[in-house]
Design a protein around this ligand. Structure first.
Ligand code: NAD
Length: 281
């Protein structure tokens, strides 16, 4: 039976470290600030933003919530982001996705000045990641790398298989794994034989959004399994992209859902905000 990689526990230690960094800055430089832009009344987005703001408060980061009505235009949103780009007391900006369908989400995200892009989604920060130069990295992939570090595994030379090639998770985590000298295979919906590819993996990162797609018999004995997926069952239960009970029998380490990658994402957002503030002064 594999050991549980407890994201809640690791995130707690990370948040304590962020709190120390925030405290150390306050006197000379002021309190770091994070602006969360939320458009419309999508309940899930509202919960995510509320959680992020609560997490900010716990570590002493000031949050500047911007709640805007669903009918907000792209132009109006670009103006809001423009103002936040200029605000000296705002060090990080996050635009909660998805935005309403009539909004040009890409234009809004790309408007964020790269030095405040705490989600690491601007072209500049994506390019920096690809180039291996310093920059703000997307939070979920950073959280995944942090969890992998907790296992003590040396990633150099290991076979890492990433399922999902999204801009937010799959692609950037593949780059970060490569940076640590893993041999990376990036799979997606057109990959022919997912099961046999995963069978060769020392590290599996599943970021697909398909409940329990990855079965126990796909997992190599001793593999580390990171389940990014968040899927809600008909009964309202949250489950991952990996069949946890089956995979846990073979894995050396495995993340639960919930309580694995999720808490790490929020902790990394806080860490990125302090990093952005530190880089600004
Ligand atoms: P996405 O929908 O943008 O991308 C999904 C990817 O999975 C695509 O690249 C697609 O090609 C691939 N895919 C789809 N079906 C597949 C299949 N049958 N076999 C192989 N690949 C397949 O999703 P995303 O934003 O990367 O999120 C993925 C999952 O992770 C979702 O469940 C999401 O809720 C979750 N998520 C969790 C966190 C967290 O903090 N825990 C953060 C971001 C996303």
């Amino acid at each position: 039976m594999g050991s549980i990689l407890d994201g809640k526990l690791v995130a707690r230690a990370l948040r304590a470290d962020v709190r120390r960094r925030v405290d150390a800055r306050r006197e000379p430089h002021g309190t770091p600030g994070l602006a969360a832009v939320l458009v419309g009344d999508d309940p899930a987005s509202r919960v995510y933003v509320n959680n992020k703001e609560k997490a900010c408060a716990e570590v002493g980061i000031r949050s500047v919530g911007r709640r805007l009505p669903t009918e907000t235009t792209t132009e109006a949103l670009l103006d809001v982001v423009g103002e936040l780009n200029e605000a000296a007391d705002v060090h990080g900006i996050l635009v909660q996705l998805p935005l309403p369908a009539h909004v040009d989400a890409e234009a809004v995200v790309q408007k964020i000045v790269p030095s405040k892009d705490v989600d690491g989604l601007t072209m500049v920060n994506q390019g920096r990641l690809l180039a291996g130069s310093p920059g703000l990295r997307p939070c979920t992939p950073l959280g995944i790398m942090h969890l992998l570090a907790e296992t003590g595994a040396v990633l150099a030379g290991l076979e890492a298989v990433v399922l999902g090639r999204s801009q937010l998770v799959g692609k950037p985590v593949a780059m970060l794994l490569l940076e640590q000298h893993a041999t990376v295979t990036l799979c997606h919906s057109r990959t022919r034989d997912l099961a046999s590819t995963v069978r060769g993996a020392d590290i599996v990162v599943a970021a697909v959004g398909r409940p329990e797609l990855v079965r126990g018999e796909w997992i190599k004995d001793g593999a580390i399994v990171i389940d990014v997926g968040i899927n809600r069952t008909a009964e309202g239960k949250l489950i991952g992209d990996v069949h946890f009970d089956e995979a846990a029998r073979r894995a050396s380490w495995i993340t639960p859902v919930p309580g694995g990658v999720g808490p790490m994402t929020v902790a990394m957002l806080l860490a990125n905000t302090v990093s952005a503030a530190e880089m600004a002064s």
